[in-house]
Design a binder for this molecule. Sequence first.
Ligand SMILES: [Fe+2]
Ligand SMILES: [Fe+2]
Length: 175
Amino acid sequence: MHKLADFIQYEHSTLRPHVELIRVTADTVGEVPLPILRDLTNAVLGFLLRELMPHAREEREVLYKALEQATQAPGSTATMNREHLEVSKLADQLGDLRRVLYGLYALINLHFAKEGEIYSDILEHRLSTTEKGLLVASLSHCQGERQCSRFVPLAPTAGNSLPSFGPSIRIPASR
Ligand SMILES: [Fe+2]
Ligand SMILES: [Fe+2]
């Protein structure tokens, strides 16, 4: 079974080249002809809207819920969700290109580090082997579908403060 940290790192490693494109695009502002800059900006916007925001949504609905239940700390992931919102807002403001792109680059890298190091470490220690396996399976499913639109809230297991993970974590969106 993959460790949670490995899973999160892998997920981020697939996104990271596109995150680097944000910095590259910021570097080119004022240095390349406008049509090239426009293409780069469109590529960044496409990544943000089609890849990064869905990634953030699945984290909010699966990973963060699992962490709040594992730590019995409702609301503890609010600051991370706030960062997701900030990325979303910056994506909407791509007018002031250079400032926004450097801001996005720094914010996303910091955010990845928090999830990859802190959240995975907490869950690694708090969840059973079975729960970790099921959580990775749920995240993998979201990753494959890139949509996690309907969820059943995780319910604490009776007599046990740890959450009960399973296929019921997520109901695939009806097609
Ligand atoms: Fe995130
Ligand atoms: Fe993430």
